[in-house]
Design a protein around this ligand. Structure first.
Ligand code: NAD
Length: 346
């Protein structure tokens, strides 16, 4: 039987990295290609345990580089594409929106075009619940797949644009696609600029933990492992052309999240420091994932078990996040720039 080939873009990042490891372990019959340009958020050290595996490959490439991407698709003839690569940090999109349009919109269009030229079995686009805008604090309201898109930040506007392109390639060219829109992820290898790992790393080091505004903004937390299981399911069982929301009803205010972490670590809540609110800060996100549950998905973690696992992981992997928050990471970024755009073969 010929091996299936799967291209995972952004596989050096947080969720893509977890997904690459999940797929390499679960499907020895798949060749898993991790394509990543290695921005500040891309880190390959996390793949130390799989990089010798026969079914794992790394390609350094920029998704906006059409010639390189098309040549790769023509050479490798991928069966599946799971597209994570993006600029993903809302705060950065407020200070520098241009790169978000370039990577998230143009980059997605380049991948779609290359996939269309060569033909593929399924293109899964990883999007976000932030494309729906925000909810108020009424706990009975949720985002469904029918909620109109109303993005608020340059980040979510760029993701919504990419969602529309993916749907347009389905309707115009018949491309087999799915879109997943998930809530906030957390878990191992989360880059320490985001709320949960930032709080853990700062609390461990007895440093002030900043929290936006009054801390009442609500997020619906999804453990990255449950997200990987969901994507695997959508990739293989998702109905062509459909959008699936991914979330496990784990709503927490930012203040609750920070207090849980600080208390679990046995630190003082006096570490909490309220800072000026983020511009245009969305009040609440909450997902209705009924459609995905009907496809067969159930999360393994609730917030209590997931955050305990995550804190434990960060305590056991100080070396990984310690080098990122120290100057060592800058040296690592310089090493990244020496990778070539060739597929690294075994
Ligand atoms: P991340 O920032 O950790 O990783 C992004 C990866 O993409 C990095 O490895 C980076 O090097 C790579 N990349 C960036 N620009 C690239 C380019 N031009 N060419 C090739 N590679 C490039 O992001 P993440 O948190 O893992 O998010 C992955 C996806 O999930 C994104 O599409 C994001 O919008 C979506 N998402 C994330 C969350 C979350 O909570 N993290 C929630 C909802 C949706």
């Amino acid at each position: 039987m010929t091996k299936k080939k799967i291209l995972v873009t952004g596989g050096a990042g947080f969720i893509g990295g977890n997904f690459v490891q999940y797929m390499v372990g679960k499907y020895p019959g798949y060749d898993v290609y991790n394509l990543d340009v290695l921005t500040y958020a891309g880190d390959l050290t996390k793949h130390g345990d799989i990089e010798k595996n026969e079914n794992y490959y790394f390609v350094k490439a920029d998704i906006i580089d059409y010639d390189v991407i098309l040549a790769l698709f023509e050479k490798e003839k991928f069966d599946y594409v799971v597209h994570f690569a993006a600029e993903s940090h809302v705060d950065r999109s407020i200070t520098d929106p241009a790169v978000f349009v370039s990577t998230n919109v143009l980059g997605t269009q380049v991948l779609l075009d290359a996939a269309r030229q060569v033909g593929i079995t399924k293109f899964v686009h990883i999007s976000t619940d932030e494309v729906y805008g925000e909810l108020d604090f009424d706990p009975t309201t949720f985002f469904t797949e029918e909620t109109p898109l109303q993005p608020h930040s340059p980040y979510s506007a760029s993701k919504a644009s990419s969602d529309f392109l993916v749907q347009a390639y389905h309707h115009t060219y018949g491309m087999p696609i799915n879109i997943t829109r998930c809530s906030n992820n957390y878990g191992p290898y989360h880059f320490p600029e985001k709320l949960i790992p930032l709080t853990i790393s700062r609390a461990v080091n007895e440093e002030k933990v900043p929290i936006y505004g009054d801390g009442r903004n609500i997020r619906d937390w999804l453990h990255v492992f449950d997200h990987c299981v969901a994507i695997d399911l959508v990739l293989h069982e998702g109905v062509n052309g459909e959008v699936y929301n991914v979330g496990g009803h784990n709503e927490q205010t930012n203040l609750e999240v920070v207090k849980t972490i600080i208390n679990t670590l046995g630190k003082s809540e006096e570490l909490i420091e309220f800072v000026a609110d983020r511009l245009g800060h969305d009040k609440r996100y909450a997902i209705d994932a009924t459609k995905l549950e009907q496809l067969g998905w159930q999360p393994m973690y609730n917030f209590e078990t997931g955050i305990a696992q995550t804190i434990q992981w960060y305590l056991e992997n100080k070396e990984w996040w310690g080098q990122i928050i120290s100057g060592e990471y800058q040296k690592y970024l310089e090493i990244n720039s020496s990778y070539s755009s060739e597929v690294i073969s075994k």
